[in-house]
Design a protein around this ligand. Structure first.
Ligand code: PA5
Length: 448
């Protein structure tokens, strides 16, 4: 099997020769701090060796629960937000059929996502859609207290029990949460739901290779053992003893830091040329945004879907403020084959492309875009993925996690906390007069 590859040549050319290599000692120190558990946030390093420490028996247990849901449900709603949602969605969309929910002969249950917003229409429409469906719920919340997820779960639990009866509901509602704390744990204990634990030492955005991601991915019909094999390979390939020149996580962390600190590149745009990777970029945005954006620093993680967004954001990228760099996710070989068709009249003048793979056109769009953006002053990093399958996606996930941990440490922040996300919650609860928030309610209302 191959591995994903990293090409930084078109980014390094924006720096003085040898600059990326000057970051090697800092990166090595960060890797040591991760391995020795001496970095900030060292109580959240459980993700670091998850691939090599997760055993087959545990994966089989997850698969058994997934099989029950697959047998008993035509729809499974995953309730969760942020780290309790994005990884599963990213992988399911990357691997799945783009029109899965519309396929008549689809054998896999439809996976839907809720608990990641407070949209009244969204929730109403979801409950309407589920009315005549045999549905189950995977309720995912580490804290067990997240408002968005708790709201969705209240609605879904009631509806599931009403439609399928309490006994069946017990079989098709699964909780993934803290071992002891939080409302999700309490509800699971009270109702007798099957549960999986989110380890204490794994933060939400690093939790996709725990049951948080693995159960929904298995329910959707994908091979979680192969996913973990890929992640395990990348764990080895980015290990501390792999030299800087060969270690793609170390090199990605180094080049990003060099562009940020030495070339004034404050924004990283992750760009894909496959619509299936849209949510992979959403997951990546959370991973890097929450890990690095603190103490008034951090590269702003943005995302574009190409070629789609070349017809909207392309202008800004080509000629706007030169504070950006780009990381392209490139899939080398599509899973399906489609040729550019012949047209008798050739009104669009595109018959010269006749008979070519659609992907060949896409690849030239990618290359043309990379060259144009580099000409326009945008450093370009390329991550190439041999194919969209479980094995390579497992590699990709671990690669980004490892590079993210290193990057945050090199930047001098705690990559594993997210104190900033509490600010909106505090205000929201004060505005909603949550008991216990009386002083905050008074203070905030005086500001309105
Ligand atoms: O990365 C994080 O920690 C967050 O995105 C959380 O995953 C998110 O806020 C959901 O939290 P919880 O799982 O506690 O409901």
């Amino acid at each position: 099997m191959e591995s994903i590859k990293l090409d930084i040549t078109k980014a390094a050319q924006f720096l003085n020769p040898g600059t990326v290599e000057t970051y090697a000692p800092q990166v090595a120190k960060a890797q040591e701090a991760l391995e020795n558990g001496t970095c900030q946030g060292n109580d959240f390093l459980g993700w670091l060796h998850l691939p090599s420490e997760t055993n087959e028996a545990f994966l089989s247990e997850i698969q058994t629960v997934a099989d029950t849901l697959r047998e008993k449900c035509e729809v499974v709603v995953v309730a969760g937000i942020g780290g309790s949602y994005l990884g599963a969605r990213a992988i399911i969309e990357a691997l799945g059929n783009s029109f899965a929910w519309l396929l008549k002969d689809e054998k896999n249950p439809t996976l839907l996502f809720a608990g990641n917003n407070i949209g009244e229409d969204y929730l109403h429409e979801l409950t309407e859609y589920l009315k005549d469906k045999r549905f189950g719920v995977i309720n995912i919340s580490k804290s067990g207290t997240t408002t968005e997820t708790a709201l969705a779960f209240r609605l879904l639990k009631k509806q599931c029990e009403a439609q399928r009866g309490k006994d069946t509901a017990k079989e098709v509602i699964i909780a993934i949460t803290d071992a002891t704390k939080g409302a999700a744990r309490k509800a699971a204990t009270q109702e007798g739901y099957k549960t999986f634990v989110i380890p204490d030492n794994v933060g939400g955005r690093f939790s996709v290779l725990t049951p948080v991601g693995l159960l929904p991915i298995a329910v959707a019909g994908f091979d979680i053992k192969l996913l973990m094999d890929g992640a395990r390979t990348m764990e080895k390939e980015t290990a501390i003893d792999v030299p800087f020149e060969e270690n793609i996580a170390a090199r990605y962390a180094a080049v990003r830091q060099a562009l940020y600190t030495q070339a004034g590149k404050k924004i990283e745009i992750i760009a894909n040329f496959q619509p299936k990777l849209h949510f992979m970029a959403e997951w990546w945005k959370q991973l890097y945004g929450e890990s690095e954006g603190k103490q008034s620093k951090g590269i702003f993680p943005a995302a574009c879907d190409f070629t789609t967004d070349l017809h909207s954001m392309g202008q800004w990228i080509q000629e706007g403020e030169r504070t950006i760099f780009e990381t392209v996710l490139s899939v080398e070989e599509p899973n399906k084959k489609l040729l550019f068709p012949h047209d008798e009249e050739n009104l669009d003048g595109l018959n010269f492309l006749e008979g070519k793979r659609v992907d060949e056109v896409n690849k030239m769009a990618e290359l043309g875009t990379r060259l144009a953006h580099v000409d326009g002053g945008v450093p370009n990093i390329r991550v190439s993925i041999p194919k969209l399958n479980e094995y390579y996606i497992g590699q990709l996930i671990y690669f980004f996690e490892k590079a993210c941990g290193i990057s945050g440490i090199v930047q001098g922040v705690n990559p594993f906390n997210q104190p900033g996300v509490e600010a909106y919650k505090k205000n929201m609860f004060a505005l909603l007069n949550k008991p216990g928030y009386e002083a905050e309610s008074k203070a905030i209302k005086e500001r309105l």
